[in-house]
Design a protein around this ligand. Structure first.
Ligand SMILES: O=c1[nH]cnc2c1ncn2[C@@H]1O[C@H](CO)[C@@H](O)[C@H]1O
Ligand SMILES: [Zn+2]
Length: 368
C-alpha cells in the first residue's frame, strides 16, 4: 500500500535545485535590513512580513512583466560586495534548511553595477558567499550567469565572456532571462555561439511568457542544453484524456535527446504560463518520460521553496517516494557540474539518503 509522505519527509529528501534566481530568492528580512543600512527609501514597507506579501502579491498577477517588476527593489539593495555576499551566503543556508543538496543559482551581474562595482567584483562577491555557505552548511552551490533578453547583443556577449572567464571558479552555465515576448533568443546568437565554441553549458528561459517557437529557437538556433520552464512545449503535443496521442517534431526531439526541462510549478501559475496546478502540463511531461526537474524559480516572489514544490507534486500529481527519488536523480544527471561530480553526488549523497528514508518509511506501522 502507498505510505503517506509527510511534509517533514519531503523536507528531508535530498533535492537538487537547478533553477533558482539569487535576486528573486533573497530573504524579505534581509532586503529590509539592507535597505535600512543603505538608506534606500523606496521599499513599499519596512516590515519584513508585509514586504514578503507585497512581493508575492505583485508577482501573482498572471503576467511575466508584472512578475518581474519587484526585482527592482531586491537588486537596488544588492549593489555592494557585502550585500551580494550576504545574499549568496543566506541563499545556501536556506537551501540547506530546505533539504537541497545541490543548487545552481542564477543572476544577472549587470543589474548590480549601479554603484560602480565591476562585473568581476559582482561575481566574486557572490562566489565568496557560496564558498562560505558551502563550508558552513555542507551543500554544493554553483552559479549561472544570466544575460537579459531585452538588452542588446553586445551585453549578452559580455555576459557570456564573463561566465566563461569564471568557469573554474564556480560558474557552471550561461542563461538568458527577462521578458520573453518580443525578445527571441535568436537575437543573442553570438553570445550562445561563443559559449558553444568554449564548450560551455547553456540553459535558456523559453516557453514561459511565449510559445513553443521560443523553445525551438533556444534549442536549434542557440544550442541550449536545458530549457528554463518549457511549459508551452505542451502546445507541440496532442493530448487526449491525459495521454499524449501525437507529438510534433520539436517535442519528439526534446524527448529523444533527453533535454532537461527546468519546471517551476508555482512560478508558472504566478506568471500565467499555466492557469492552475490541475491543468499544468508537468504530469503529462513526466508520464511521457520527458527529462523533467522541479524548481523554485524565485523563492521570495513566488513564496515557495523546494519542499513546497515537492508537496505540490505529491498533492496534485500523486507523486510517490519513487517518483521523488527519480526526480532528484534525473535533476542531478542534468546538472552542469562535470560527470564525475554528478556521479559522486548521486551515489554518495542522493541514493544513500533515499535508501535511509525508504527504510524509515518501511518501518512505519502499516494500517490493517
Ligand atoms: O521566471 C522568470 N522568467 C524570466 N526572467 C526571470 C524570471 N525570474 C527572474 N527573471 C529575471 O532574471 C533576472 C536575473 O536573476 C531577474 O532580475 C529577473 O529579471
Ligand atoms: Zn527563472
Amino acid at each position: 500500500m502507498q505510505k503517506i509522505l509527510s511534509d517533514e519527509m519531503l523536507n528531508r529528501m535530498p533535492k537538487v535545485l537547478l533553477h533558482d534566481h539569487l535576486d528573486g530568492s533573497v530573504r524579505a528580512s534581509t532586503v529590509v535590513e539592507l535597505a535600512k543600512s543603505q538608506n534606500y527609501s523606496a521599499l513599499p514597507t519596512m516590515n519584513a512580513d508585509e514586504l514578503s506579501d507585497w512581493f508575492h502579491r505583485g508577482a501573482n498577477k498572471g503576467s511575466l512583466p508584472e512578475y518581474l517588476s519587484g526585482f527592482v527593489h531586491t537588486c537596488a539593495v544588492m549593489q555592494t560586495p557585502e550585500a551580494l555576499e550576504r545574499a549568496a551566503y543566506e541563499h545556501v543556508e536556506d537551501c540547506q534548511k530546505d533539504g537541497v543538496c545541490y543548487v545552481e543559482v542564477r543572476f544577472a551581474p549587470s543589474l548590480h553595477t549601479a554603484n560602480g562595482m565591476h562585473w568581476d567584483e559582482v561575481v566574486n562577491s557572490v562566489l565568496k558567499g557560496f564558498d562560505r555557505g558551502e563550508r558552513d552548511f555542507g551543500i554544493t552551490a554553483r552559479l549561472i550567469i544570466c544575460a537579459l533578453r531585452h538588452l542588446d547583443s553586445h551585453h549578452s556577449e559580455d555576459m557570456a565572456q564573463l561566465a566563461v572567464d569564471f568557469r573554474d571558479k564556480g560558474v557552471v552555465g550561461f542563461d538568458l532571462a527577462g521578458e520573453e515576448g518580443g525578445y527571441p533568443p535568436k537575437k543573442h546568437l553570438s553570445a550562445f555561439h561563443f559559449c558553444q565554441r568554449a564548450n560551455f553549458n547553456l540553459t535558456i528561459h523559453a516557453g514561459e511568457g511565449f510559445g513553443k517557437e521560443s523553445i525551438w529557437q533556444a534549442i536549434q538556433w542557440c544550442g541550449a542544453h536545458r530549457i528554463g520552464h518549457a511549459t508551452r512545449l505542451i502546445d507541440d503535443m496532442a493530448v487526449h484524456e491525459n495521454e499524449v496521442i501525437k507529438m510534433g517534431s520539436l517535442a519528439q526531439y526534446v524527448l529523444d535527446k533527453r533535454i532537461p526541462l527546468e519546471i517551476c510549478l508555482s512560478s508558472n501559475i504566478h506568471t500565467g504560463a499555466a492557469a492552475s496546478f490541475e491543468t499544468h502540463p508537468f504530469k503529462t511531461f513526466y508520464n511521457t518520460k520527458f527529462r523533467v526537474t522541479l524548481n523554485t524559480d524565485n523563492r521570495l516572489m513566488s513564496n515557495t521553496n523546494m519542499t513546497q514544490e515537492y508537496q505540490i507534486a505529491r498533492d496534485f500529481y500523486g507523486f510517490t517516494f519513487s517518483d521523488f527519488e527519480r526526480i532528484s536523480i534525473n535533476s542531478m544527471k542534468s546538472a552542469f557540474i562535470c560527470y564525475r561530480e554528478r556521479c559522486d553526488l548521486i551515489y554518495h549523497v542522493i541514493k544513500p539518503a533515499f535508501a535511509k528514508l525508504r527504510d524509515e518509511l518501511a518501518a512505519q506501522e502499516v494500517p490493517r
